[in-house]
Design a protein. Sequence first.
Length: 74
Amino acid sequence: MSAPSPDQQQIRFVEADGVRLRTSVRGQGPPLLLITGLGASLDLAEPFERKLTALGVQAVSFDAPGFDSRLAAY
């Protein structure tokens, strides 16, 4: 299996203070944390991630707790 492209979105789950969060990491370079507004998901951050990646930045974003329907079963 080959390594993912540097500009390919990598979805990761992390736990912080007992809360499970879905995160996205894309690109290489200095990391920049994108914080979307309440009700926004990683899908909304994707165009910004792509633009930042093209500028040489590693974009890191996350779903706000309670706003990712995929975590309802967890």
